[in-house]
Design a protein around this ligand. Structure first.
Ligand code: KG4
Ligand code: ZN
Length: 329
């Protein structure tokens, strides 16, 4: 059973072909990173135009690489939210047009659910109840997944998403966009002698990263006022450690409290090597984390999630609209 997944919620135009919800046949991602890097962040208008230019080629390339003919595609899964409205519209309308023209069922997928299902790809299926720590550029939260399609949100960020904090602190340090990979890279050279505060928000499964971001700004101002060169690797490392410490400790604690059988780490920030290590070390239960290449936005995770929705009998109506603030659970 082949599903074509289409994802255009942010700045990656992506399509993939996945068999039976877990076997990855082809995964094509056209990144707009270089274009947005010029502006220091994602420009929504530029993103949607770029999706328009790339979408047809990206989908055709995914089919060619699988290889698969249109007649073999049993369903088209597409992200309908959350994300940038203009970006979501390109993927959704493309998916609708092809599905209608070729008589293929359409399945709507929540982007966050997609990040969770990236852990199903080319790996043994995780076991329920599954505690999911989702950390991306737009979202940060803890979800308890009791079965396919059943989520309960335990907590979320009260201000910035973890990835957003990485991007903002990277900009403060002059490291460019996207910030997560840049911070990880320079932090590796740190001697590790600076420390930044953690917001624990005890008694809750919530997170907060804006205080840490402000603390990083004050630290940079203090160091610069001292006149010496800014120790960029030290500040980057102190920031990364503070984010990772809180995420890993709170996820481990929630896994204990909920009696989850496994812990799943997903979203763009799950590509962070320190976070992957910290979660694996502290979790009381086995940890599932997708390969780094599947942590950031891609169509394969949408196809995988779409397969399970298709199998449960779900079909999207032709008047399906985008939901920029769609929630999970
Ligand atoms: O999931 P994603 O591709 O897009 C959203 O759905 O938001 O996540 C992108 C975010 C960006 O904020 C980026 O800086 C962050 O993931 N990211 C990382 C790393 N790679 C990507 N953050 C920390 N360390 C990384 N290695
Ligand atoms: Zn994402």
């Amino acid at each position: 059973m082949l599903v074509l997944g289409i994802e255009t919620s942010c700045d990656e135009t992506a399509a993939a072909v996945v068999e039976d919800g877990h076997r990855l046949l082809a995964n094509v991602v056209a990144s707009q990173e270089e274009i947005h890097a010029r502006y220091g962040g994602i420009v929504p208008e530029v993103a949607s135009r770029q999706h328009l230019l790339s979408i047809a080629t990206v989908v055709e390339t995914a089919l060619a690489r699988a290889p698969a003919r249109w007649e073999e595609i049993a369903a088209i899964a597409v992200t309908h939210g959350p994300g940038l409205a203009g970006s979501l519209l390109v993927g959704l309308n493309f998916a609708k047009a092809v599905a209608l023209a070729r008589g293929i069922p359409l399945v709507a997928v929540n982007h966050l659910e997609g990040h969770i299902y990236s852990a199903w790809l080319d790996a043994p299926a995780p076991r329920f109840p599954l505690l999911c720590l989702l950390v991306s550029g737009g979202h940060t939260g803890l979800f308890l997944m009791e079965d396919h399609g059943h989520y309960r949100q335990l907590g979320g960020t009260r201000d910035d998403a973890a990835g957003e904090a990485f991007d903002k602190v990277a900009r403060l340090l002059g490291l460019g966009f996207p910030g997560g990979p840049a911070i990880q890279r320079v932090a590796a050279a740190s001697a590790g002698d600076l420390r930044l505060p953690r917001a624990w928000l005890p008694g809750t499964d919530d997170f907060s990263f804006s205080g840490l971001k402000t603390a990083a700004l004050h630290l940079v101002q203090k160091l610069e006022a001292g006149g010496a060169a800014l120790p960029v690797p030290e500040v980057a490392a102190a920031f990364q450690e503070a984010v990772v410490d809180v995420l890993a400790a709170k996820a481990a604690e929630a896994a204990r409290a909920t009696g989850a059988r496994e812990l799943l780490l997903g979203g763009g920030v799950a590509a962070n090597l320190l976070l992957r290590d910290a979660v694996a070390t502290r979790s009381p239960v086995p940890v599932r984390v997708p390969p780094v290449s599947l942590c950031t936005d891609n169509g394969a995770m949408i196809a995988a999630a779409g397969f399970f929705r298709w199998r449960a009998g779900e079909r999207a109506p032709w008047d399906l609209d985008v939901h920029p603030s769609l929630r999970l659970g």
